[in-house]
Design a protein around this ligand. Sequence first.
Ligand SMILES: C[S@@+](CC[C@H](N)C(=O)[O-])C[C@H]1O[C@@H](n2cnc3c(N)ncnc32)[C@H](O)[C@@H]1O
Length: 456
Amino acid sequence: MYGVCQILKEIREHRGITLQSVHASSGIHLAQLSRIENGKRLPTLEQIQILAKIYKCDEKRLIIQRESDRIIESIPYPEIASETLKVAEAKVIYGSQYLTLFPEIFIEPKIGLESRRYIGNKASLTDWIMSIIKKYTPTSGTFCDIFAGSGSVAKKAIPLFNNVIINDFLFSNNIIYHGFFGNGKWSVEKVSEIIASYNAIEIEHLPDNYFSINFGGKFFEYKLAKLIGYIREDLEKMRSNLTYKEYAVLIASLIYSIDKHANTVGHFDAYIKKPITERPFRLKMIDAQSYPNVKIYREDSNSLARNISCDVAYIDPPYNSRQYCRFYHIYENLVKWEKPALYGVALKPAPENMSGFCTSRAPLYFEDLIANLNAQYFVVSYNNTYQSKSKSSANKIKLEQILDVLNKCGKTQVFEHSYNAFNTGKTVFVDHKELLFVTQVDNERKRKAFTTLLRG
Ligand SMILES: C[S@@+](CC[C@H](N)C(=O)[O-])C[C@H]1O[C@@H](n2cnc3c(N)ncnc32)[C@H](O)[C@@H]1O
């Protein structure tokens, strides 16, 4: 290798200086000088400074020569030396921006189902719920989560049951289930490439769109709103080139990626009325799996109940007047992408999928559901927020009414767990308890009790 040692020797000879006189004027031992010139050892930085003065040459250039020799010596594989040096150079040039140059070579952690903010989600309770289900419902047949919401309970049931039914009447929840669990064909490489192409977009150059005009600067930072609207429109345009699973993974990834950027306290009933700070955004892929034993529905619970059978029916309806379709109207709008007219300060579309369980008739809906759902076991989640002072948080069905209906079907056990529920912070739930009712159904008893309500 032609390095700093050879260069020093050539400069000295070119200048017509003897080694002896270099030794005399530098104080560097003669043997050391000849070891340097023979390439047996590199000069120290101090020696370079002295020699540069004697040879009247640029000290910095000599140091650069010395350091590059050191780097080359430290690379153990000559075949990748040149490539390694190019990468090192790019790292020096781009500094902290370096990673943004090559997003495709880094494996991004996928977003988990439980990471979404969802009112009433049982993500932190699924171990407790499943441990009770496994102990008190001795079957591994079909599990049905008929008000699946975030889907976290259903997800826990997938490895434990032969078949799992997941239902929720919201469009956004349904596409999320298809993204995370649906069994269609898809290419992870294709979806990754599409996501990488969206991450490379320069938002400044995007035109305004339905999403940015309506929600920019309100529910989302304005530039991010532009990107969200652009991506959603683009997905619709390329839909015919995607399988349904790919489409669902991409839409669910969009929802999950923007969820952390929403300018809200966790739902879209209102936005925070303060200027929104711009934050870096990256579209990330959800942790999509394919399960042949999962059936996904988007139906009204009481209609679906009349058409399915299961071994364990997990029932976690809304218990107060707050409608989920109104809480999550932005995601409903984004998924349907029909660009409807919007109303009010929170820019909601016309109501759709309003739940009877959020009305004063909730006890009747509950009884109708239990009467018509064919299951060996009912497992019902309930919490004691009905004691809340806020009217909209007050429960529409009382604990005694649940027990009364379940007792008509068979022996019912009640389990209790202390729990900090996810709420927007306005409502304080004192001594919050999560209850789980488990009923083993006696079909004869049930049939007699509900003769007038049965599957009709
Ligand atoms: C309390 S949340 C369920 C939470 C869920 N267990 C979880 O862990 O996320 C109730 C869910 O029921 C859905 N829902 C309400 N009424 C419904 C109905 N009549 N039919 C189907 N789904 C309904 C709502 O959209 C909401 O997602």
